[in-house]
Design a protein around this ligand. Sequence first.
Ligand SMILES: Cc1cc2nc3c(=O)[nH]c(=O)nc-3n(C[C@H](O)[C@H](O)[C@H](O)COP(=O)(O)O)c2cc1C
Ligand code: SF4
Length: 488
Amino acid sequence: MASYTIPHAPGFVANDAPRIVTERFDHPDSYTLERYLATGGYEGLRAALGRTPEEVHGEVRSATLLGRGGAGFPAGVKWGFCPPGVWPRYLVVNGDESEPGTYKDRLLMELDPHQLIEGCLIACYAVGLSQCFLYIRGEMAVAQERVAQALNEAYEAGWVGRNICGTDFSVDIVLHWGAGAYVVGEETALIESLEGNRGMPRLKPPYFPAAIGLYGQPTIVNNVETLANLPWILRHGAEAFTAIGTPTSPGTRMVAVSGHVQRPGVYEITNGTTTFRDLIYGDDYCGGMHRGRELKAFVPGGGSAPWFTPAQLDLPFEASEVGPQGSMLGSGAVMVMDDTTDIPAAALTLTKFYAHESCGKCVPCREGATWLERVLRRVCDGTGTPRDLDVLFEVGASICPGDFPHAAVPERGLEPKPFPYQMTTICFVGPSAFAPVHSAMTLFPEEFEARVAPNAHLDTGPSDGPASGTGPSDGPASNSISEVAIRV
Ligand SMILES: Cc1cc2nc3c(=O)[nH]c(=O)nc-3n(C[C@H](O)[C@H](O)[C@H](O)COP(=O)(O)O)c2cc1C
Ligand code: SF4
């Protein structure tokens, strides 16, 4: 059996572009204070403390640092939404990373926790946030340990706590471990969870966290990777940051790749210019398809994103280009499926996840996601009927009325339907349950029609050929999308 042991590739940027957030990943002691200080650590904070909070905020606004948690909202703009004169204000760090396929924040916390802590301190200084709550996903034991250890070191060395660096700037950082619910990654559910309540999203409006957040106070919620960019920006300046990438997507971003590629892993890519083809086939990145197979489809932005096919390979990591083509960049996860992939089964794996994670607060998601899973399961089992295919779309329309985004299908003359979609639910979990079903049925309808054909249930699946349904036929069936979806 061919060896297949690469848990994650190193962070990497081709063409000698700088590595912004993964520059210490190659050091075995990258997570220690000693290594951090030896490699420019806490210099960004020192630079910030030498300027006014307004100047630091202005620098981050000029950098157009887009949030890396999914929505891509500029951090500097979000920080400006705190109502003036309302105190105290809090920073909540979203380290709950659970989107299928996404595992970049975990690496940032495991391999460079001081960078995150420094980013938190810079954000607190710029916005006048008096306390920081760092929420880490429950299952991330190593990340929890590393961040806790780094925080102890930082407190002891005077980087966190009272009168930091001899100034009157003081901040406490509180660690909080999640209990393993995906929906708690949604910022208002995360705030509920921090307050000790059941993690369910709040209604927006009125609960936009910047205005009414943790304990009813103005609260900035930022993703781990977003904050990890701040030390570099303060050290090198917004101009150096915007010189990388494109004007609308400056800097770099981390992308976690999983599935049927030679080298799955987390890569730091240049924002806005690196294409999906570069990432999947480039020697500097994933090095092409696993076992020389053909690419069938890929999910460009985490499990919630509508799927792409080889026709979209030349799109760059640029929201303004990916959106009109029917998908989104989301949480920075690309899941690659080769020509052996059983498409209905891959969709079921993802839909099952979202149905399981539905918090139950709104009916279209609670009932709809469950129905999608049940109906899709019988289609996959070969016990469904042609009517079930309509039912899947009907249930989906009750969650997302109107046209749902999808990629172009040139061979069928299908134009792309741009992102975003309408939704009847409070948060995006409901639509996320429908996204894989809709993509799979729109891009590969023949695989569903074959499954509901008369006597399909008697067909145990061909033993050779691409549509076998259980993974590669010429090797261990170990790298199926089922695994891909749960390897997060
Ligand atoms: C269901 C759901 C799950 C989410 N999970 C995460 C997550 O794990 N990590 C994250 O940073 N943002 C997640 N988000 C987005 C957050 O609500 C929020 O937009 C983000 O943390 C803001 O940080 P940013 O502006 O720095 O990107 C999720 C959103 C939804 C709807
Ligand atoms: S969409 Fe689903 S997860 Fe989100 S609030 Fe409604 S029931 Fe809960």
